[in-house]
Design a protein around this ligand. Structure first.
Ligand SMILES: [Zn+2]
Length: 404
C-alpha cells in the first residue's frame, strides 16, 4: 500500500472504562503538509529512482523465490538491504535510508499479499505509479522554517504545524492531481473523556448519510453530484488535470463533513451503535454512485478510531429488518417490500406510534446492541425472511438483495 492511509488505529484494544478517571494514552497519526511547487521537479526525479529500487527488489525477490536450482528463499527486507549495500552511490537524489525503506516496504507488502512478485512501479505513461519517496526519521532535518532532506531544502505550506513535533519515519507522496505532500508519522497524546449523553444508535442510509436515534442528521450534501457536470465538462474539453482536481475537491468536502459529524457524535455519546450495512455489496448495484458518495465505510472507520481514542464503546449490529420493526412495541408493522422503501414516515398498526423511517431504524440498532448475543440472534431469525432494509435514494425503486 503506497498511498499511505491517513490514520493508523491505536494498537490498544477497547476496554470498559472506569468513568471517574480519564486516562491518557498515545496514538500515532499522520501529519500531512503540502510541499511547495519549487521542489516538484526534484521529487519527480527521486520518485523515478525509488521506482527503480522497487523494481530491483521485485526482480531479486522473485529470482530467490523461483530459483533454477536449490531451495527457494523468501527474501526479507533485511536480506534485500544486504544485497543492495552501497547502491546509493549510483543514485543522484535518494540515499541509503530511502533504499532501505523501499526494500523493507517491498518485503512487507509482498509477505502480506502472499505473492511471488508485486506489480512493477512504472514511471511513465498513463498507468504510471503515483510518486512516492519514503525516508527514515533522521534524514529529514529542520532548518528554520524549512526542511533539509538529501542535501536539498524543502519548503511546505503551514510550517507552523511542525513546531514542537517529533516525527518518526515519513514520506513524500504524490496525489492524483500531481501535487506532492509530506507525510510524517507522529505520536500524540489523547485523553480519554466522559461524554454527557449515554448512548446513540446510527442508521446509515442514502437519502441522508446517517441519522441518529435522537434525530440528528448528517445531510448528504451530494458532494460528488454537485461537481459531476463540471467534471464531465472538463473531461470532454480535454482537461484531465482539472477533472482530477475537481474529484479531489469532492473527496475533501466529503471527508470534512464526515469528520465533523463523527467528532460531534463521539463528543456527545458514551456508547455508539452502528448498523452493518455493507457498502462493498451495494456498490455492485445501480445505486453505486449514491453509495460511494455517502462514504459509509469512511464514517464507520472515523467513528471507530475516534471512539477508541476517547475511550467510548463502539458496536456494529446486524441491521436486518431494523426499519420494519416498531421500536416502541416490537411489532413487524413497518413498510415492506419495494414500495415500502420509499416511505419516509409510517404509523405502527399495533400501537399507533408514528415513526420516521431512519430514526426508528437507528433506535432498533440501539436496542439490538443491548440484547445479549444469544437473544440477538434469535430476534433476527424470528423477524422472518423479508428483504433486508436499506433506504433507497428517492425515485429509485429496485429491491436490494445483495446485503447479507
Ligand atoms: Zn408499535
Amino acid at each position: 500500500m503506497l498511498g499511505w492511509r491517513l490514520l493508523r488505529r491505536p494498537r490498544k484494544a477497547m476496554q470498559p472504562q472506569d468513568p471517574t478517571r480519564p486516562r491518557i494514552h498515545s496514538v500515532t497519526r499522520t501529519l500531512r503538509l503540502k510541499v511547495k511547487t519549487e521542489s516538484y521537479a526534484w521529487l519527480n526525479t527521486a520518485a523515478y529512482e525509488v521506482n527503480q529500487v522497487w523494481n530491483w527488489s521485485a526482480e531479486v525477490s522473485e529470482k530467490a523465490a523461483r530459483p533454477c536450482t536449490g531451495e527457494r528463499k523468501w527474501l526479507t527486507g533485511f536480506d534485500l538491504n544486504n544485497l543492495s549495500a552501497g547502491a546509493s552511490e549510483y543514485f543522484d537524489k535518494i540515499g541509503a535510508d530511502t533504499i532501505q525503506r523501499v526494500n523493507g516496504e517491498y518485503a512487507e507488502q509482498r509477505r502480506i499479499a502472499k505473492r511471488i512478485r508485486l506489480r512493477w512501479r512504472t514511471s511513465r505513461g498513463p498507468r504510471r505509479s503515483l510518486g512516492w519517496v519514503p525516508f527514515k526519521a533522521a534524514s529529514l532535518k529542520r532548518k528554520g522554517r524549512s526542511l533539509r532532506f538529501c542535501g536539498k531544502t524543502f519548503r511546505v505550506f503551514e510550517p507552523e504545524r511542525l513546531e514542537g513535533v517529533k516525527w518518526r519515519q515519513g514520506e513524500f507522496a504524490q496525489d492524483a492531481v500531481g501535487d506532492w505532500w509530506l507525510c510524517l508519522r507522529i505520536k500524540i497524546q489523547v485523553e480519554e473523556s466522559v461524554a454527557p449523553l449515554e448512548k446513540v444508535g446510527i442508521d446509515l442510509g442514502l437519502t441522508e448519510v446517517a441519522v441518529t436515534s435522537d434525530d440528528a442528521r448528517c445531510e448528504k450534501s451530494c458532494f460528488y453530484r454537485g461537481i459531476e457536470q463540471k467534471i464531465a465538462q472538463a473531461q470532454r474539453r480535454g482537461h484531465p488535470r482539472q477533472a482530477k482536481f475537481l474529484h479531489r475537491r469532492a473527496a475533501n468536502r466529503r471527508k470534512d463533513a464526515l469528520h465533523k459529524f463523527s467528532r460531534r457524535i463521539v463528543n456527545e455519546y458514551e456508547k455508539i451503535v452502528v448498523g452493518d450495512v455493507s457498502s462493498t455489496q451495494l456498490v455492485k448495484t445501480r445505486m453505486a454512485k449514491s453509495v460511494l458518495d455517502a462514504g459509509w465505510g469512511m464514517l464507520r472507520t472515523y467513528l471507530q478510531y475516534k471512539s477508541q481514542q476517547a475511550g467510548r464503546t463502539f458496536q456494529i449490529v446486524n441491521e436486518r429488518n431494523s426499519s420494519r420493526i416498531c421500536s416502541n412495541c416490537d411489532a413487524l408493522t413497518g413498510p415492506q417490500g419495494v414500495n415500502g422503501l420509499r416511505v419516509r414516515r409510517w404509523t405502527c398498526a399495533a400501537c399507533g406510534v408514528s415513526h420516521d423511517r431512519e430514526v426508528n431504524a437507528a433506535r432498533n440498532h440501539l436496542r439490538r446492541a443491548e440484547l445479549p448475543a444469544s437473544v440477538r440472534k434469535r430476534v433476527i431469525v424470528l423477524a422472518g425472511s423479508a428483504e433486508p432494509s436499506i433506504p433507497l435514494a428517492q425515485g429509485r425503486t429496485e429491491p436490494v438483495r445483495t446485503v447479507a
